[in-house]
Design a protein around this ligand. Structure first.
Ligand code: SF4
Length: 259
């Protein structure tokens, strides 16, 4: 994690142009940093958690970390006033049996859980269509247990398709990058920590904005460059995804540019 993250967030919140800041995290260090982050002005957290079963979660995180530890941190941050969403990447045969326990737990705690269809991020995560549990399949499972109604998108390009539990109003969502791709309404640019601009999560290369800045480009020139890059983008990887592209197209790792 970047050193002095809360200092960076405090600077960003002072900019009028920045309307919203969220942090995506595995939640490991939340207890230690939540207070500083909140004081710096951060209000939104996306926390990754793929299972509630301790051995399974330990296996997925590769370090034997217990889900109870992350859940404690989530509860701590929730009490502090953060708006929290939990992201669960679902893989067939790995953690799909956790869909209902996860839904129940976060419904009861009033936290939005978003099920993410397993994607071929990076170049070596072993992805195949066979490992994807689609939104349709997950929705059918949930409907056996809970009564749900659709929620209208909050803004153009919202990635999750949201539903509300009719009995307590908690929400649950699906990110359908594989079964119902949404490239035509994608509004997300990404900037790596090294200052490279990417117009797609699955891009193979980006544009070196840092070099432009170091070479003395003005704010206007930077703005024009970013507009030009965005207007000329032809990214639609999720529309085009096949087993072949998953194996053969070179992509930037997700840990490098964010989800
Ligand atoms: S594949 Fe690329 S263009 Fe399509 S939604 Fe994802 S980030 Fe956007």
């Amino acid at each position: 994690m970047r050193r002095n993250l809360s200092a960076l967030i405090a600077l960003l919140t002072q900019l009028d142009e920045v309307e919203d800041i969220g942090l995506t995290t595995n939640g490991m260090l939340l207890k230690a940093h939540a207070q500083d982050l909140y004081q710096a002005g951060l209000r939104r957290l996306n926390i990754s958690l793929d299972a509630l079963d301790p051995p399974l979660f330990g296996q997925i995180n590769g370090r034997g970390i217990k889900p109870a530890y992350i859940l404690e941190n989530i509860a701590y941050a929730q009490k502090m006033g953060f708006e929290i969403k939990v992201n669960m990447v679902v893989q067939k045969g790995i953690n799909d049996q956790e869909i209902i326990p996860m839904a129940r737990y976060f419904k009861d705690n009033g936290i939005t859980l978003r099920f993410i269809e397993f994607m071929d991020v990076g170049n070596d995560n072993g992805w195949s269509f066979k490992k994807v549990v689609t939104k349709k399949e997950m929705y059918e499972m949930l409907k056996e247990e809970f009564e749900l109604e659709p929620v209208d998108p909050h803004y153009f390009g919202e990635v999750a398709k949201l539903y509300r539990y009719t009995d307590n109003g908690a929400q649950v969502g699906f990110i359908t990058s594989v079964s119902e791709s949404f490239c035509s309404s994608c509004t997300r640019a990404r900037l790596s920590s090294e200052g490279t601009f990417y117009s797609c999560l699955f891009a193979s290369s980006g544009f070196d904005l840092k070099k432009m800045i170091r070479d003395g480009a003005s704010d206007l020139e930077l703005r024009e460059k970013i507009c030009q890059l965005w207007e000329h983008r032809a990214d639609r990887y999720s529309d085009e995804r096949t087993e072949w592209t998953a194996k053969n197209r070179k992509k930037i790792g997700m840990s490098y540019i964010g989800g």
